[in-house]
Write a protein that binds this ligand. Structure first.
Ligand SMILES: *Cc1c(COP(=O)(O)O)cnc(C)c1O
Length: 488
């Protein structure tokens, strides 16, 4: 009998498997404690140099040595999302049951395209899709369905693809198709329009109100103008939780307008979708049940590791627009159910198992509570920011983001923009905190995105104090005019 190679996953290599996975987990655990620092401040130049020095044609021959090398190249300086002073993007600390699931997902290596590559996994995914659809639609959509995707970007693309093909099937002309989305919508809507061959100009921005929610009056006007021009409102995209402000468009009003104009309603709940698990804030999504398609990112507000997202549809039959039958995979007369019929992907990870293990181990209420906690945290941090003379709050938080900037007296807008950019960089360089940056009406602001349910108000006030300290330090020796130069 030939012996099984050491590194091949196999029933006779159980010991090697357990040791390797254990060592991997131990390596992660060994780097978890960083005394309150989410980063080490390693810059792209050093990071690139260290990686480039590795000769991939000279394997180390040993997993422990490979892990030791990886510590140096990555783990040692990686950004930790469980540190309270990490408040930059929509990255969440993750649920441990989902990490356990990751071990199973990659070892079994099922592919969710066909039943004969996945068996029970196909039905675990379907059960989760039905469960999530139940939370979106209640009893109002008995034919609801959906599919797990790689993220909100793919979910939005697929939702808009269904909308496009639905419009084309109804006799619309491709060149006339328009997508209406709030100016605050995620950029993946623009990208989808481009990928779908509709062109950048097919996306028409709709004005927002003071809370940065889509203004239904503006939407109504836009829809009327589209009709007057002889164009077709292929889809209205409502956002349930905008990336910057967490604003939730008025879903019921938007839905009524979309319906009146025969437009597909896609709700991008990549961020706000976590409210589906909330015991106290589910009402904020009222109206989502009117959507033809919905994006939910489990890897944001459901505390799941990347990737885990889904596209849900009110009417499962609309998924036929992505169906293609191949004799070698999913023939028309296949005896088994095939998830590939509903997906843009073919080979596809069993990401659904992460959510499954999370729900079966700890339940949805706990996830919803975590999201509720960070929403409350954002409100408390905003309360504090309002008391600070040198900080400008852009808006009251809607979900768990706080948009603000350091604004000392005596600097003009340009200088304040440059100063905030520098503060953010300096903060990363220090390793002591991470915040995001964005533009509000053309001006540079900083953003706290809060997804860590164990972060405290004091810790986040401390983070804002760090921002102010860096701001003061950067203002003192350098005059405003120089700062503008630095930023360029
Ligand atoms: C993050 C986000 C997306 C994109 O999701 P990915 O999972 O990053 O691809 C889409 N829409 C909104 C509102 C988002 O916040």
């Amino acid at each position: 009998m030939t012996s099984v190679p050491v590194h091949l996953f196999h029933s006779s290599r159980v010991q090697d498997y357990l040791e390797a996975v254990g060592a991997g987990a131990a390596a992660v655990a060994g780097h978890l404690e960083r005394r309150g620092r989410p980063a080490t401040g390693r810059g792209p130049r050093e990071a690139a140099r260290a990686v480039a020095a590795v000769d991939l044609d000279r394997p180390l021959g040993d997993g422990d040595r490979a892990l030791a090398e990886l510590s140096r190249l990555w783990l040692q300086d990686t950004v930790w999302f469980h540190e309270p002073a990490y408040a930059a993007h929509l990255n969440c600390p993750v649920a441990i049951p989902a990490l356990q699931a990751e071990v199973l997902i990659s070892a079994v290596n099922a592919s969710l395209d066909t039943f004969d590559q996945s068996v029970g996994a196909t039905f675990i995914e379907r059960h989760l899709v039905d469960w999530t659809a139940g939370r979106v639609y209640g009893d109002s959509a008995p034919a609801a369905d959906g599919i797990f995707t790689s993220g909100g970007t793919q979910s939005n693309l697929q939702g808009l693809l269904l909308a496009r093909d639905h419009a084309l099937a109804g006799g619309a002309e491709a060149s006339r198709l328009r997508i209406l989305a709030s100016a605050e919508a995620h950029f993946s809507v623009q990208k989808a329009a481009r990928l779908l061959g509709l062109g950048d100009a097919a996306v028409l921005p709709v004005g927002a109100d003071a809370e940065r929610r889509m203004d239904p009056v503006a939407l109504s006007r836009r829809l009327a103008r589209v009709a007057d021009a002889g164009d077709v409102a292929m889809a209205v995209v409502a956002t349930a939780g905008t990336t910057d402000f967490g604003a939730i468009d008025p879903l019921a009003e938007v839905a009524a307008l979309a319906r009146a104009h025969d437009a597909w309603l896609h709700v991008d709940a990549a961020y706000g979708g976590g409210l589906l698990a909330s015991r106290t804030r589910r009402h904020l999504l009222a109206g989502i049940e009117h959507a033809d398609s919905v994006t939910v990112d489990y890897h944001k507000t459901w505390f799941q590791p990347v990737s885990a997202s889904a596209l849900l549809v009110r009417n499962g039959a609309t998924l036929r627009h992505v169906t293609w039958h191949a004799d070698y995979l999913n023939p028309k007369d296949a005896a088994h159910p095939n998830q590939v019929d509903k997906s843009l992907q073919t080979t596809r990870r069993f990401d659904a198992l992460k959510l499954w293990m999370t729900l079966r181990t700890m339940g949805a209420d706990a996830l919803g509570d975590w999201f509720d906690t960070v929403i409350e945290l954002a409100a408390e941090v905003a309360d504090h920011l309002e008391t600070l003379p040198d900080v400008e709050l852009a808006a009251r938080p809607s979900l768990s983001t706080v948009v603000f900037r350091y604004r000392p007296d005596g600097l003009d807008d340009e200088a304040v923009d440059a100063l905030n950019t520098r503060v953010r960089e300096a903060l990363y360089d220090s390793g002591r905190g991470m915040v995001a940056a964005t533009k509000v009406d053309g001006r540079t602001f900083l953003k706290l995105t809060l997804l860590n349910p164990v972060a405290t108000t004091e810790q986040l006030v401390g983070l804002v104090d760090l921002v102010r300290e860096h701001g003061r330090a950067l203002t003192r020796p350098v005059r405003a005019a120089d700062l503008v130069g630095v930023a360029r």
